[in-house]
Design a protein around this ligand. Structure first.
Ligand code: NAD
Length: 290
């Protein structure tokens, strides 16, 4: 077990990749506080964990990460139940503002940034305070997104907020390193969760299985595995990192092999070297393929 007795808070732990991480951390021996805005799904997640045999090692606290007082109470509730804090996973999120940027209102922007960016800041701030007072180091993990890495991975405001999460991760990693608090981000690609599937998981699984080079759809468990690595001592020298977990989606970049299948990628019909503007002729071998 990689996380024996590690006291962990997982925001957004009632659903999707947060819930998958709750269950995985429990199997790894952690003590887990589920923190979520949604009372009903939060209680259901708590019930699921207790039914799975983890009573006494799991709790739920209703939390709005966009409200500083609520984040403070989330941490106090964790200290009351488990006595300390070792790992904080700032994972809660929403899709937020959608539609053309020319139609996006100030309140659309504010809601999105309050949950996705300010919520992560409050978590880092109050989590670090407790970890510093314990003087034994700690781990903070933030859920960013591949949307924060390019211009077409999500709506504008969502992408800007996720880029802010990556930036805060780097700044906090630098500032908190002396306190031995590691701060990393996870950048998920397309993951089938209630946020992404709009209530139609089956159809989304089919689409997401073909949305990146890796031939399986992304699951919450894939993110949970990355979170275990970042929370465990296996990543003891990793801080300020934004770990991309996307089945090769960002690695694919401009996807030349899809746009020019005859000359690039595994289905190309030729091999050899081109010599640009040298004046030398290319040396091309035609491959014996249909
Ligand atoms: N699913 C994807 O494809 C994908 C891709 C990249 C990044 N993400 C990010 O991953 C994280 C988890 O998303 P998911 O896909 O598991 O979604 P999800 O909807 O299944 O779970 C998100 C959880 O966050 C909770 N939440 C929302 N606002 C909150 C608030 N103000 N305070 C506390 N809890 C709140 C929700 O109630 C929900 O339980 C989010 O930050 C999301 O932006 C998702």
């Amino acid at each position: 077990m990689q996380l024996e007795n590690q006291v962990t808070i997982i925001t957004g732990g009632a659903s999707g990749m947060g819930l998958a991480t709750v269950m995985r951390f429990l199997t790894e021996g952690a003590r887990v506080m589920i923190a979520d805005y949604n009372q009903a799904t939060g209680e259901a997640a708590l019930h699921e964990a207790i039914e799975a045999g983890y009573a006494g090692r799991v709790g739920f606290v209703r939390t709005d990460v966009a409200q500083e007082a609520s984040v403070e109470e989330m941490i106090q509730a964790t200290l009351r139940q488990f006595g300390r804090l070792d790992v904080l996973f700032n994972n809660a999120g929403v899709g937020g503002a959608i539609g053309p940027l020319t139609e996006t209102t100030e309140s659309d922007w504010d809601y999105t940034f309050d949950v996705l960016a300010k919520g992560v800041f409050f978590g880092i701030k109050h989590g670090a305070r407790v970890m510093q007072s314990q003087a034994e180091g700690g781990v903070i993990i933030n859920t960013a997104s591949i949307a924060g890495l390019s211009g077409d991975g999500g709506p504008l405001v969502y992408s800007a907020a996720k880029a802010a999460v990556i930036s805060m991760t780097q700044s906090a990693a630098v500032e908190l390193a002396a306190s031995r608090i590691r701060v990393n981000a996870i950048c998920p690609g397309f993951i089938v969760t209630p946020l992404a599937d709009g209530g139609n998981a089956g159809a989304t699984q089919k689409v997401f299985a073909h949305s990146q080079p890796w031939p399986d759809y992304g699951r919450g468990e894939h993110i949970a595995g990355a979170a275990v690595f970042l929370a465990s001592s296996d990543s003891a020298f990793v801080t300020g990192e934004a770990l991309v977990v996307d089945g090769g989606l960002t690695a694919a970049g401009p996807e030349l092999s899809k746009k020019f299948p005859k000359t690039s990628g595994r289905n190309a019909k030729v091999s050899g070297i081109t010599k640009g503007s040298t004046g030398d002729a290319p040396e091309i071998r035609r491959l014996d393929r249909d």
